[in-house]
Design a protein around this ligand. Structure first.
Ligand code: FEO
Length: 403
């Protein structure tokens, strides 16, 4: 990997994880990711963030293309999750930095992750600045974006915001900057990332964006800890975050299913066909094919989620239980839901799915629909009727948010 000078005397020294498949339940198999770390060369040479433990030697070699280990003065830990701190013990032992800066919650998190009482940790408060020499660093608490410890680091002399996970995308690439990629693809990946990592904390995102605006910080580069660095489209990614956090939805529905002998699939397909005829943009996604995080990526701007599963051992199929557990944790707001499915003799699945969706705050305007064994033409007509009614509800929802 090449080191890259992103601003004068500020270098990207991160690593690229081309082949990662799964990040605690979030599939990264499509594009991999990067762990961005930055080295500021000033009177106090400072490393911002680290990489996972398994890449500790890569980080070491990156940093020490520029300096000798004993020259590293400071480390800033914007966030303690192990993809940004796993290599810390190794780097700290090799370099023996004078100080390690983190937030109040970061101190607690470092202690409970690494149990190293000998580290020279110094807590920085929200708004506090430190001098590195010619450059200064101002810290901004960004609690729950997406952990309690998260903070941003702002270097005013360079108009640079190092933003931890916020504004990230999971893209492994040798091209480090936004203007070296297709913007639509980047914003789509940023949305996918937001939905799977940051969505539950959308209220905190809105507050943090407002605080950044009110602070008068001038920003012409945002360097997140994953993916590309924003230098030509800073306004686009900030506007996109405002939109993601507002959870505005479109006339779109995600129809997700698992099926044993295709009856539930046929029912959902009939419902989806009717929705399409009403002008709703649908995604018809089998959980055997699509990972739950990719379904959520599609659901991010959809007004409705329709779930179909047959009854299996008095409940829903395991892939649907997995999906709904994941979806519930991400706490999408203001959505419409519905469930349906076939059954052999007991028929609990549609109600069980509906219960999870109700508990997740979905508006469930229609009763769950069940069909014994194989649907007839009349049964499929019932599914179509359900699709038409849901299409009407989706249109109402979208027009109420724009009105
Ligand atoms: Fe990229 Fe929350 O770690």
């Amino acid at each position: 990997m090449a080191i890259v000078e992103i601003k004068k005397n500020i270098f990207w020294v991160g690593t690229i994880d081309w082949n990662i498949e799964n990040f605690h339940g979030y599939s990264l198999a499509r594009r991999g990711t990067t762990y961005n770390a930055f080295l500021v060369m000033d009177e106090k040479i400072t490393l911002f963030d680290a990489v996972p433990e398994k890449f500790k030697w890569d980080l070491y070699h990156q940093i020490f293309k520029l300096i000798k280990p004993e020259q590293l003065d400071y480390i800033v830990v914007n966030h303690v999750e192990m993809d940004h701190s796993g290599a810390l013990p190794f780097i700290v032992d090799k370099c023996k930095p004078e100080k390690i800066f983190c937030s109040t919650m970061g101190e607690k998190s470092l202690a409970s992750h690494f149990h190293r009482k000998d580290w020279p940790v110094q807590v920085v408060k929200d708004g506090e600045s430190i001098a590195l020499g010619k450059k200064n660093v101002q810290f901004l608490e960004a609690r729950m974006l997406h952990w309690p410890d998260t903070m941003f680091s702002y270097i005013p002399e360079d108009k640079l915001l190092i933003s931890s996970d916020a504004f990230g995308q999971n893209i492994a690439s040798s091209k480090l900057f936004d203007d070296e990629h297709d913007l639509e693809l980047l914003l789509s990946e940023a949305r996918h990332y937001y939905t799977n990592i940051i969505l539950p904390f959308s209220g905190f995102v809105q507050k943090t964006l407002n605080r950044v605006k009110e602070s008068g910080m001038q920003i012409d580069m945002i360097a997140p800890d994953h993916g590309v660095i924003w230098r030509s489209h800073v306004g686009d990614i900030v506007s996109a975050y405002e939109e993601f956090a507002a959870q505005k939805v479109k006339e779109k529905a995600v129809l997700v299913f698992d099926t044993m002998w295709h009856s539930s699939e046929k029912m959902l397909k009939a419902l989806g066909d009717a929705m399409m005829e009403q002008g709703i943009d649908i995604r018809f996604m089998s959980l055997k094919k699509f990972h739950h995080s990719d379904v959520m990526g599609e659901f991010s701007d959809a007004a409705a989620l329709i779930c179909a599963s047959p009854t299996h051992n008095n409940g829903m199929l395991p892939l649907m239980a997995d999906f709904l557990t994941y979806m519930k944790g991400l706490k999408p707001k203001g959505r419409i839901g519905a469930t349906l499915g076939s059954f052999g003799w007991s028929g609990e699945a549609p109600k069980a799915m509906a219960q999870v969706m109700e508990d997740s705050g979905f508006d469930m305007p229609l009763s769950p629909l069940r069909v014994k064994n194989v649907p007839t033409h009349d049964h499929l007509s019932e599914c179509r009727k359900m699709g038409i009614e849901l299409a009407g509800k989706i249109k109402e929802r979208v027009s109420s948010q724009s009105g």
